[in-house]
Write a protein of this length. Structure first.
Length: 225
């Protein structure tokens, strides 16, 4: 099975033509250059060079269009997950049934999993889960997402697209764009099995669940384009 990096290499010429047609809008965006086999086998630098915030927004907007997703949804997801920090790493600690931290024999909190990068790709997905790229082809999420911010962005948007399509099939006809966005993010953050449990709102219409509420706040201020 081809990795995302391999598949995206095959799509470089397609993306270049698409970006030329939108050159005025994405003038600051560099073409996506996947990691080579040699580079992918090397360790990531200790202090990787971070792109500018505008570079990140430009690339996310391009991916949103390529995957036929609302830009506002993609922007808000990246903002909620990492605040657009491509080097963000988050440790998820284990909890017991009473929601208390679980410690090892040395008294250190046990790390259950780690989330990586701009879209906070969860470690157990890497080299395990498959997604559909923008052309509908199956691709593996590889460890490139831990060191290549564009690979991380595309993997996250591919996951988001899968959740979005499922939500669009399950939401009632009268659902607003905000309703769809909140449900999509709940599935992205909490998983497809339990997303509906995290959409309860308070009297003001604000989601009660912390991560979904954070996304809701980011969504309110994210641009449409």
């Amino acid at each position: 099975m081809k990795s995302l990096a391999h598949i995206f290499r095959d799509m470089v010429h397609h993306h270049e033509r698409a970006e030329k047609s939108r050159a005025s809008e994405y003038s600051e965006q560099a073409h996506y250059l996947p990691l080579s086999e040699q580079a992918r086998n090397q360790q990531a630098p200790t202090q990787p060079t971070a792109p500018s915030r505008q570079d990140v927004l430009n690339h996310l907007g391009y991916l949103a269009d390529d995957y036929h997703l609302p830009r506002k949804l993609v922007y808000a997801t990246a903002a909620a997950e990492s605040d657009f920090d491509v080097n963000e790493i988050h440790e998820n600690f284990a909890h017991d049934k009473h929601n208390r931290l679980v410690h090892d024999k040395q008294g250190n909190p046990i790390v259950k999993s780690v989330d990586y990068g701009l879209m906070q790709i969860n470690g157990p997905r890497i080299n395990h889960d498959k997604v559909k790229d923008s052309a509908g082809r199956t691709a593996m999420i590889t460890d490139a997402v831990t060191r290549d911010w564009k690979a991380n962005a595309e993997a996250g948007v591919a996951i988001l697209k899968h959740n979005y399509d499922l939500i669009m099939l399950s939401e009632p006809p009268g659902a607003s764009r905000e309703d769809v966005a909140l449900a999509t993010y709940a599935a992205y953050n909490h998983g497809q099995s339990h997303w509906h449990k995290f959409l309860e709102r308070d009297k003001r219409g604000v989601p009660k669940d912390g991560p979904v509420r954070n996304f809701y706040n980011k969504y309110q201020t994210s641009p449409e384009r």
